[in-house]
Design a protein around this ligand. Structure first.
Ligand SMILES: [Mn+2]
Length: 408
C-alpha cells in the first residue's frame, strides 16, 4: 500500500507581515492576504495530492482572535478537506494553547484536535497509522513529551509535537526535549512544529520541521510551505518540501566594489531583484537589499540612501507590480585614505567631532530615551533587530559618512 500525507505547522493565520506597512499602506495591503492564500494553497495541495490525511503541528493561530472572521476563515478552509474525505490531525502550540484562546468554533467530525490534559493516540485503521500527540495547555509548557504513548508494533507511528527541541534553533524552551528523547519512542516520524525554518532534523527516525507556511518578516526568507511524506508498504520512503507561500521575503547582498556611479548601482540592484523575482515564481516579493563592498561612493551612498531606496523601489515595479524593496541598507566601506588627504582634513576634523559626540554621556542618554520611544512604537518582531547595543556606533558611522559626503 502506497499513500502520502501532508505535514504543516505554524500557520499563524492573520499575523501581519512586519515591516511592510511602515511607509506605504497600499503596498502592505497587497501583501496582507499572503498568509490566507498560503492556507488555501495548503488545502488545495492536500486535495490535489489525494493525501491520506493532513497534520498541523501547532500555532494555527497567532493568538486569541481579534474577531471571529479569523476562526471562520480556518473552518471554511478545513471544511473543504472534510468534503473531500481527508482527515485532519491538530495539536495546539504555544500561540494557540488551550488557555490562550477565549473561544472556539466547531470543527467537522473528520478533524481531530489532540487534547491538552494528556497525550493520546488516534488511529487510522485503513492506513495502519497511529498518531500520538498532545496540545499545549498553556503558553509555556515543560515536561511534555515524556507522557507520549508507547509505539504500536506493526503500525506506522507518528508523533505530533510542538517543541523548540533543545532550543539551539533560536527559539525559547517550549516543551524542550532532545533528539535522543524522541528516538527512544521508536516512532517512524516526528511531525514537529514551532521552529519557523524548515529542517529535516533526522532521517532515522524521521524528525521534521516543515517550517512556517508563510514568511512574516525579512527574517523568514525563501520558499515556505509544508512537507509531503510518502509511505510505501508501511515505511516512509520520501519527504518532499512543498512551496505554498503567498508572498516571499528575500535578502539580497549586492556587491558594488569598483562601481563609480550611482546609476550603475541601480542597475546592479535591478539585476539582483530580477533574479529573485524569477525565483519567487510569480509571488509578491519583498526584498531587503544590502549594498556591500569597498567603494569611493560610500559617503555618497549613505547620504543618498533614502532617495536611492525610492529609485530602486520604482525600478522594481518594472519587474512586477508586487516586487517591493522593503529596505535599502548601505554597508559599504571607503577605501583607505591616503596620508595627504588626512593632513588636508585637519581644518575640520569630522572624525574627532563625531567621536566626541558619540562619547558624550548626555548625548547617549538622549539617544537611549529616543531609542526606547521609537522601539515602543515598533512591531514586536522588529525589537530584536533594533535592540542591538551597537545602535550608537552605527549612528556615529552614518553621521561621519553623511558629514564627509556633504563636505567633499
Ligand atoms: Mn510556536
Amino acid at each position: 500500500m502506497r499513500f502520502s500525507f501532508i505535514h504543516a505547522a505554524d500557520l499563524h493565520i492573520d499575523s501581519p507581515l512586519s515591516g511592510l506597512g511602515l511607509k506605504d499602506k497600499a503596498v502592505a495591503e497587497r501583501f496582507a492576504q499572503a498568509g490566507r492564500r498560503a492556507v488555501e494553497a495548503l488545502i488545495a495541495e492536500t486535495i490535489a495530492n489525494k493525501a491520506a490525511f493532513l497534520i498541523i503541528a501547532g500555532d494555527i493561530f497567532d493568538g486569541d482572535w481579534k474577531d471571529v472572521t479569523t476562526g471562520l476563515f480556518f473552518v471554511r478552509a478545513i471544511s473543504a478537506l472534510h468534503r473531500a474525505g481527508i482527515p485532519v490531525f491538530i495539536v495546539k502550540g504555544n500561540h494557540d494553547a488551550a488557555s490562550v484562546m477565549s473561544r472556539e468554533l466547531p470543527y467537522p467530525e473528520t478533524v481531530t484536535v489532540f487534547r491538552s490534559s494528556k497525550a493520546e493516540t488516534h488511529t487510522l485503521d485503513a492506513h495502519q497509522v497511529a498518531l500520538h500527540g498532545r496540545s499545549f495547555p498553556h503558553r509555556l509548557t515543560a515536561e511534555f513529551v515524556e507522557s507520549y504513548p508507547k509505539r504500536r508494533d506493526g503500525w506506522l507511528n507518528i508523533g505530533v509535537l510542538h517543541t523548540s527541541l533543545d532550543g539551539t534553533r533560536g527559539h525559547e524552551g517550549y516543551a524542550p526535549c532532545s533528539i535522543e528523547d524522541l528516538k527512544r519512542f521508536g516512532y517512524d516520524y516526528w511531525a514537529l512544529g514551532h521552529v519557523h525554518a524548515a529542517e529535516i532534523v533526522s532521517r532515522d527516525p524521521w524528525i521534521v520541521y516543515p517550517g512556517n507556511l508563510q514568511g512574516r518578516s525579512v527574517r523568514e526568507t525563501g520558499a515556505k510551505g509544508a512537507m509531503r511524506v510518502t509511505v510505501d508498504d508501511g515505511r516512509i520512503v520520501e519527504v518532499t518540501p512543498l512551496a505554498l507561500d503567498g508572498a516571499r521575503w528575500t535578502q539580497l547582498s549586492v556587491d558594488v566594489a569598483g562601481v563609480v556611479d550611482e546609476a550603475e548601482v541601480v542597475v546592479l540592484i535591478g539585476a539582483a531583484l530580477a533574479e529573485a523575482q524569477a525565483a519567487s515564481e510569480g509571488r509578491p516579493l519583498a526584498a531587503r537589499v544590502t549594498l556591500v563592498g569597498v567603494t569611493p561612493l560610500h559617503n555618497h551612498l549613505v547620504a543618498r540612501r533614502e532617495a536611492l531606496q525610492d529609485d530602486v523601489r520604482a525600478s522594481g515595479f518594472q519587474l512586477s507590480a508586487d516586487c517591493w524593496v522593503e529596505q535599502l541598507k548601505v554597508k559599504t566601506t571607503l577605501p583607505p585614505r591616503p596620508l595627504a588627504a588626512l593632513a588636508a582634513a585637519d581644518a575640520l576634523d569630522v572624525d574627532r567631532l563625531v567621536a566626541e559626540a558619540a562619547s558624550d554621556p548626555d548625548f547617549a542618554a538622549v539617544l537611549a530615551e529616543l531609542t526606547e520611544a521609537i522601539k515602543a512604537k515598533m512591531p514586536k518582531d522588529l525589537h530584536d533587530e533594533f535592540a542591538r547595543s551597537d545602535v550608537l556606533t552605527t549612528l556615529a558611522d552614518d553621521a561621519r559618512a553623511l558629514l564627509a559626503g556633504d563636505l567633499s
